[in-house]
Design a protein. Sequence first.
Length: 344
Amino acid sequence: RARERRARFVGKNGACNVAHKNIREQGRFLQDIFTTLVDLKWPHTLLIFTMSFLCSWLLFGMVWWLIAFAHGDLDHSTRLQRDPAEGAAGSAAGFVPCVTSIHSFTSAFLFSIEVQVTIGFGGRMVTEECPAAILVLIVQNIVGLVINAIMLGCIFMKTSQAHRRAETLIFSKHAVIALREGRLCFMLRVGDLRKSMIISATIRMQVVKKTASLEGEVVPLNQIDIQMENPVGGNSIFLVSPLIIYHVIDKNSPLYDISPMNLHHHEDLEIIVILEGVVETTGITTQARTSYLADEILWGQRFVPIVAEEDGRYSVDYSKFGNTVKVPTPSCTARQLEEDKSIM
């Protein structure tokens, strides 16, 4: 009978399969409003972008209309439209409006747009008659600059997020276990499709599985680091061409007692791979992730070579990126293999 496969902790595309529920302190998201805006989906961001400008135009349009109404500019404009001769006489008598050519709320709304986006068609302008109008003009310009800075900064951050660069960092669909230098190794292949490099690239692996402590405490997602072999030391890699990352299965490895016979019985086994580095062109730190379940680990397989020298330069054939071939591999655990070597 087929076992029910455990839900992934990290998807193949790097998305974390975690849902946050019953968060009572929702106000914490508003304390970091900029990050909250950046994390929103594009339709919500564009809606907020549009509504922030529209609401500010309507608000200040109402303010300009109230200023004109309080000063009597609307009555004078109505008389001017009804009787041009009377309007001319009124102008000659010395009547100066706070804002010229304000006849209704529509014209006040248009003037609000002209002030905030600095279009300036020339039909409406503020005069020296009302100090309150000059103050509102200053306030609206400052508010408009703040809205522009926040919303444009949010749009820029969303278009230049680090995970966009991670889309061109690829991992092999399957991982393999085979002999390397006489030892069983867990191996995977990673590559970068872009010519621009990932600076200070580091890679690390973790095993995520359900464990229980001696006291009976159950840890549903226990994360255990896996040590990797790297000739240059540490976890740094020079990701110019695709690399095969491998982990030696020794006595300190969580894969020490896994054999090809019981590999697919470890339905709770998941190996997470995390690649981090700095994007050369933007200087932004990026991270790419993937994971391998037990049925995505091939025993006794090895990745085929994809790098060849052609015309004085190295060529990478990405059509064979995930291809593997069978190789002779013991059908026993790493523990049994070491015990057999010690006996010999």
